[in-house]
Write a protein that binds this ligand. Structure first.
Ligand SMILES: [Zn+2]
Length: 441
């Protein structure tokens, strides 16, 4: 008999996720009060057993579980530890079976301390931000917190009527009642847990015209003009990336500008979040706006299966910045690649981008070397093969998980080359720590 071990789902995040089951759909009903940071939630997870299960382990952090039902019957036993809630179902669940776990929980949600700073549900001065990458999702809902365990979501979130509530997916409706306003959202595309988000604030909305997908800005009232200017190029960016990367993968694009300042902007499934400090009305953060938008293709639709492959998000989004600059008549990707290559020569050459280690997963060299690997592919095989390869990746792995081998395979196909020939081009940037020369243009 196999021992009931739970080897880490991902060695970079050893406390997160469980490979013995997989989520299909999350239904989250959250009652929240901004004034007191009080959350009362129910989560109904539709799941599938990968192995025979006599226990179900879910990720949940810092919140109190009141009751758990499995397939409509009260769980035999529920025990909670710092990162995990372990549920003993009334009877064993056979491998391959679909089951539902219904969790009633409450508490005052807080971000989780991690090697990458505080992640998850966080209070703003007057509202809420959820920035969960990579392990913050359990700060607000019970889940199987693995980047490769994508599921669909429905959110019903009730908050005080003065606030706008945003979540991933399409807004299905709002319902005003005495207890507050309930906002219902649903995603039709499967989503990784860390990309699930809630944003609450006193926002005004501005809609932008775009031929690619509807774009809505949510911003504090006083930033209307500046936000409209700064994000006014998003429709052009969407058109550029739809051309280079393939169709926009979601039904809409939302941008939230919080009234607070934020250290860095962040991307979520169908949404991006910026701080008021990122808006100057003079396009001062064009590069970041392009970067976050590009994550909708590389990161949110096409998502890594393992965190060590994070360059497949960040290298691609960084390269998208260079494409935008080139498109606007600024520095070309060639110029930017040479400049960033020179910059890398001044930094320690001790990081292997293909396995940077958990702590250095968001090191700037992961971004730059990843982008340089892509530029090396473009220079070697030409624009046609390069962009066709990018479109193959987003089409083949749309709303799914991706590994470096899939990327090599896509470029090999579009270039009419062997996978080994493509690997020979990317390996010096991804698999080795030194700074190589770029191939001749
Ligand atoms: Zn990024």
């Amino acid at each position: 008999m196999k021992p009931p071990t739970n080897s880490p789902a991902d060695p970079y995040t050893p406390h997160s996720g469980d490979r013995r089951w997989s989520a299909v759909h999350y239904e989250l009903r959250l009652g929240y009060r901004v004034a007191t940071n009080r959350l009362d939630g129910t989560a109904t997870i539709t799941a599938r057993a990968v192995e025979d299960l006599d226990r179900i382990v879910v990720d949940l952090h810092g919140l109190t579980v009141e009751r758990v039902d499995v397939d409509g019957h009260r769980a035999k036993k529920v025990s909670t530890a710092t990162h995990k809630t372990t549920v003993t179902p009334p009877g064993p669940i056979a491998a391959g079976t679909e089951f539902t776990v219904h969790v009633k929980y409450r508490g005052t949600p807080r971000p989780i301390r991690s090697p990458w700073g505080q992640v998850g549900w966080d209070e703003l001065t007057d509202g809420v931000i959820v920035a969960a990458q990579p392990t913050g999702a359990p700060s607000w809902f019970p889940c199987n917190d693995r980047p490769d365990d994508k599921a669909t979501y429905r959110f019903e979130i009730t908050a005080e009527a003065a606030y706008d509530v945003l979540a991933n997916g399409e807004l299905l409706g709002t319902d005003r009642a005495r207890a507050g306003t309930t906002w219902t959202y649903a995603t039709t595309e499967p989503m990784a847990t860390y990309l699930a988000t809630v944003q609450i604030g006193r926002y005004r909305t501005t809609k932008l015209r775009s031929a690619v997908t509807p774009v809505t800005l949510h911003h504090p009232a006083d930033l209307q003009a500046a936000a409209k200017t700064d994000f006014g190029r998003v429709p052009d960016m969407l058109a550029l990336y739809a051309d280079r990367f393939g169709p926009y993968p979601f039904g809409s694009y939302g941008v939230v500008v919080t009234d607070d300042e934020l250290e860095i902007p962040l991307e979520a499934h169908g949404l991006a979040v910026f701080g008021r400090n990122h808006v100057d009305g003079e396009h001062g953060t064009d590069r970041l706006i392009a970067h976050e938008l590009a994550h909708q293709w590389f990161g949110n639709s096409v998502t890594v299966a393992r965190w060590r492959d994070i360059w497949l998000h960040e290298g691609f989004a960084c390269y998208a910045e260079w494409l935008w600059s080139e498109h606007r008549g600024g520095d070309t990707a060639d110029v930017l690649a040479e400049r960033h290559r020179a910059g890398l020569l001044d930094q320690p050459q001790d990081l292997v981008v293909g396995d940077p280690g958990a702590r250095d997963m968001f090191d700037d060299r992961v971004y730059k070397r990843g982008a340089l690997a892509l530029h090396a592919v473009r220079r070697t095989f030409g624009d046609r093969a390069f962009f066709a390869g990018l479109r193959t990746i987003t089409e083949r792995h749309r709303h799914a998980s991706v590994a470096p081998a899939d990327v090599l395979d896509a470029f090999a196909g579009s270039a009419g080359a062997s996978v080994d020939a493509v690997r020979a081009v990317t390996a010096p940037w991804i698999d080795e720590p030194g700074v190589p020369e770029l191939p001749a243009a």
